[in-house]
Design a protein around this ligand. Structure first.
Ligand code: MG
Length: 294
């Protein structure tokens, strides 16, 4: 094609452009396709779901967890169980002498700078301000934390009913024990309070109604990796929820964060602990931990 005919074609195209745009708009079709760079990522299950792993650090290929679908609304709900009386929980929740206190109701000096608010002995999420992260990197630990959710507003259901979480080993690639008002609240079983989020529902549901303090005692063992970044020991967790054991040395199968199940990503032996900002005004108090053997 010579230069003259190229110019002629270009000129015709430029002349037709406004007309083409008009037709596309008239059809209700956007004249400009969204840029791939700004399009939100679609939540699609990863191949990791239903994958029978060969890594002996993970549950065997015939384990039930590999047959479960992420966020399956038909997955059976755990039965309701009875929490211990609040006086008993309060009496057993005092920090022992070897504990490292992360929040005693007064200040957030153990935490990275944030906009979360300390008031009347608790700290409250400031919605959309980001997770609250410890200054200190922590590895395996026995953690105590108490949390509280307000009365839900009309229409505040499912995962939107005062959601937060305890974030172990990094909010990007780590592991969440769910915090949610799961009192008479229907959502997927692997997303209710006491769940290893997206993996294991709690074995029972001992939650109190909103407006009461809820007690978590969590024994967490961090994952281990070899020099090449291969998983050699999975993270595992035991959760006592209001005095009822709801996770018993549960083997975590990978990162709980993101829009699908994810495999492990290599990480250090200790990382900051986080409390999740899921845009709801959830409160926390009496937070302490005791370091434990891996
Ligand atoms: Mg959460």
């Amino acid at each position: 094609m010579n230069t003259t005919s190229s110019r002629s074609l270009l000129g015709t195209a430029l002349l037709l452009l406004p007309f083409t745009t008009f037709i596309l708009r008239a059809e209700g079709i956007p004249a400009t396709a969204p840029s791939p760079a700004t399009s939100p990522a679609k939540p699609v299950p990863t191949p990791y779901e239903h994958t029978a792993p060969t890594n002996p650090a993970l549950p065997p290929p015939d384990a039930d967890i590999w047959k479960q679908t992420w966020h399956d609304m038909n997955r059976p709900y755990p039965p309701v169980s009875t929490p211990l009386p609040e006086e008993e929980l309060a009496a057993r929740s005092k920090a022992p002498s070897n504990a490292i206190v992360l929040f005693d109701g007064k200040d957030l000096s153990a935490w990275q700078p944030s906009k979360w608010v300390v008031k009347d002995g608790y700290v409250e999420v400031t919605p959309n301000s980001g997770n609250l992260m410890t200054k200190q990197a922590i590895g395996s630990m026995k953690l105590h934390v108490e949390w509280w959710t307000p009365e839900p507003l009309t229409g505040q259901d499912g995962q939107k009913r005062n959601n937060s979480g305890i974030l172990f080993m990094d909010p990007k690639d780590g592991f969440e024990i769910q915090v949610l008002d799961s009192y008479n609240n229907k959502t997927y079983a692997d997303g209710i309070a006491g769940a290893v989020y997206g993996q294991y529902p709690p074995t029972s549901n001992p939650i109190r109604p909103p407006g009461h303090w809820q007690y978590y005692d969590i024994t967490f063992h961090h994952p281990k990796f070899d020099a090449k970044g291969n998983l050699t020991k999975a993270a595992h967790v035991t959760v006592d929820f209001n005095g009822v054991r709801v996770q018993d040395d549960t083997t975590i199968i990978g990162s709980t964060h993101g829009p699908a199940r994810r495999a492990y990503k290599a990480m250090p032996d200790a990382m900051p602990l986080g409390l999740q900002d899921h845009h709801d005004r959830v409160r926390f108090r009496n937070i302490w931990y005791v370091p434990i053997e891996d």
